[in-house]
Write a protein that binds this ligand. Structure first.
Ligand SMILES: [Zn+2]
Length: 236
């Protein structure tokens, strides 16, 4: 799949994205600041500057994010996210993934499982060992090629473009994905359409008030540009 690269050559790493360069490349005439993706509030406390962009914390729900809304798609941003070197995980990760996917058994009806952002295919391999028919989806060409070579059907691109039938899957997984999405609700709405009634959506995301965030502050690698949002559980 070839895409037009009108604004610059594809970066080698996500970290190559520098804030001011991104702002300067923004072709939009109106550059809206965004609200918190978790709760919709625009009341945010400045935390400082990281990689040339301001980082804020939502005063209502403590989600940490940069308020500049991006003009580029996640396909553009993560095209080179999976270099060949990162395709083989340590054995203990594979073991843990097998334990996790074994717990999906009570949801088995169609036997179809979709992994959004399938990366190196590790979760799909673990699901296959537990009897699931796994489908993958990723924006990274390297990932898609690799996971197809493992014998899985994989769509390259964003979920809403894949056109899977409604209520098609028992289980949909998205490990460490939602923090990268400018509009997570677009993905969540599509997940809701694709899951059969009573199906399972399993997702993980870094915790904006977890230990790493508290100790490292803005130095935490999960804050921009690695992630767009760092979510936090609701605190009454
Ligand atoms: Zn919020």
């Amino acid at each position: 799949m070839h895409r037009e690269k009108n604004f610059m050559a594809a970066p080698n790493k996500v970290e190559d994205f520098a804030g001011q360069r991104i702002l300067a490349m923004d072709p939009r005439s109106e550059k809206k600041l965004r609200a918190c993706a978790a709760c919709g509030s625009t009341d945010a406390q400045p935390l400082g500057v990281k990689n040339e962009l301001e980082i804020v914390s939502c005063r209502k729900c403590a989600t940490v994010y940069t308020p500049y809304s991006p003009w580029y798609s996640s396909e553009y941003y993560y095209e080179s996210y999976y270099p060949e070197a990162s395709l083989s995980p340590p054995a203990f990760i594979q073991t843990r993934l097998e334990e996790i996917t074994a717990e999906f058994s009570p949801y088995r009806q169609t036997n179809r499982l979709l992994d959004i952002g399938c990366g190196a295919g590790n979760l799909l391999l673990a699901a296959r060992r537990n009897g699931w028919t796994g489908y993958g989806l990723d924006v990274s060409e390297n990932s898609v090629k690799h996971v197809r070579s493992l014998g899985f059907e994989v769509f390259q691109g964003e979920l809403q473009k894949a056109n899977f039938p409604a209520q098609h899957f028992d289980v949909i997984t998205a490990a460490e994905i939602i923090e990268h999405l400018p509009e997570p609700r677009v993905l969540l709405d599509e997940v809701a359409r694709l899951l059969r009634p009573g199906g399972l959506f399993w997702t993980t995301t870094p915790h904006a008030r977890g230990l790493s965030a508290r100790v490292l502050g803005l130095k935490w690698r999960c804050i921009w540009p690695r992630s767009i949002y760092s979510y936090s559980p609701h605190v009454a």
